[in-house]
Design a binder for this molecule. Structure first.
Ligand SMILES: Cc1ncc(C[n+]2csc(CCOP(=O)(O)OP(=O)(O)O)c2C)c(N)n1
Length: 375
């Protein structure tokens, strides 16, 4: 029997889908790996952007499709309604629907569970695909998407990919589509450490500071290296680490350190402009740049090919910017603290440390951070 990945790819090819844009979800990482090699693939920085790109593709007479996580649909709704639906353009959106099957991340529940209601309320047609037995529904609906210029969401349960989402091909570090680094990093700036090692190096400098930590592995790793009551661990809301840190730094005198990621900063880069505008003297943004969506399977981000986050921060108006890759560069960047907003671009090699989940309830985390902020 064919794998579910192969079967889906066959259906997409039979329907002559030309372009697939995606933003990763861990539950469909094997499928995404195949798709990047077998279709014209557009790696996205934010799901909403894919709606625009797909509209352009459709205007040019080609057939677009998207693969996103249920959380990402939240980022797409306005564009789906005021662009795709409004102009009657075709778009098939395949959604990795979280929060409904063996979900370990509590923050996935609200979007994942409410998704059908949200789509229904928005008048976006959808099909629930609970298992491979439902693939017939995709075969039935997909031709109409392109024939009648309609949008349709296919809500894919992680149960479909349960047995195949961790295949050997994913162990490869090369990537078939976005290509290798263009090498903006000089030799002196060659990344040496994975995220976990960088977090260990910087841990002593986090003492008694409010630390807002990016979702996924960064938070789990930080908890296992250095938990303190002033650590705010994100579980969802990708792209919000810097905005949360900015909010705290505006409303409190405490020192704040945001540990953000390249994928997350690229999802919401405008927050660097807002941060530069206010330039809170008590805020440090540490952009942990491993050129990948590390928490969802290591898919490459565009910092590995064309984007230099330090230059992005500079362009938005942040003045105090340091690039760091070695132990000395990292510790120097944290030691030499003049007052003022600073942006530390920490270069890392891709990779996660296999650490246990955070055992604290998220409301307990909130309570501890608020208590610290009040103290
Ligand atoms: C809106 C949205 N889209 C996709 C995801 C899935 N997701 C969770 S973590 C993550 C990767 C984050 O990458 P990055 O910020 O570079 O941090 P890293 O894990 O590499 O340290 C993704 C894509 C999500 N949680 N929310």
């Amino acid at each position: 029997m064919q794998s579910p990945e192969s079967e889906l790819i066959r259906i997409l090819k039979e329907n002559r889908v030309d372009f697939i844009s995606s933003l990763p979800c861990e539950k469909i990482k094997a499928l995404l790996y195949r798709i990047t090699g077998e279709f014209n693939h557009v790696p996205l920085t934010r799901e909403e952007e894919g709606v625009g790109i797909s509209a352009g593709i459709a205007l040019a007479g080609k057939r677009p499709a998207m693969f996103v996580q249920s959380s990402g649909v939240g980022n797409m709704i306005n564009a789906l309604l005021s662009l795709t639906g409004f102009y009657e353009l075709p778009l098939a959106v395949f959604v990795s629907r979280r929060g409904i099957f063996k979900e370990k991340i509590a923050a996935q529940l609200p979007m994942g569970q409410h998704l059908p209601g949200i789509l229904k309320g928005a008048g976006i047609p959808y099909s629930v695909i609970s298992s491979r037995d439902d693939f017939g529904l995709i075969e039935k609906k997909l031709p109409g998407v392109y024939r009648n210029s309609k949008m349709h969401a296919f809500l894919l349960s992680p149960a479909i990919f349960e047995d195949t989402s961790d295949t050997g091909i994913l162990k490869s570090t090369s990537h078939p589509i976005t290509g290798s680094s263009k090498g903006y990093q000089s030799k002196k700036m060659k990344p040496q450490f994975i995220r976990f090692e960088i977090l260990k190096i910087i841990a002593p400098y986090l003492d008694a500071k409010v630390v807002v930590c990016n979702l996924g592995f960064p938070s789990k790793e930080l908890f296992n290296i250095k938990h303190q009551q002033s650590n705010f661990y994100m579980l969802g809301s990708m792209g919000m680490a810097t905005p949360i840190g900015l909010g705290i730094s505006l409303a409190s005198d405490k020192e704040v350190i945001v540990i953000d990621g390249d994928g997350s900063l690229l999802m919401n880069p405008g927050s660097l402009a807002t941060t530069a505008h206010f330039a809170p003297p008590n805020l440090t943004i540490l952009a942990l740049d491993n050129s990948s969506y590390g928490s969802t399977g290591g898919q490459p981000t565009l910092t590995g090919s064309c984007v230099d986050l330090a230059l992005v921060a500079k362009g938005f108006g942040i003045k105090n910017i340091v690039k760091a890759a070695s132990m000395k560069q990292l510790t120097d960047a944290l030691k030499k603290h003049q007052k003022g907003l600073r942006f530390i671009h920490a270069l890392a090699v891709p990779g996660n440390k296999d650490v246990p989940a955070i055992p604290l309830h998220y409301l307990e985390v909130k309570k501890q951070v608020m208590k610290f902020l009040k103290s």
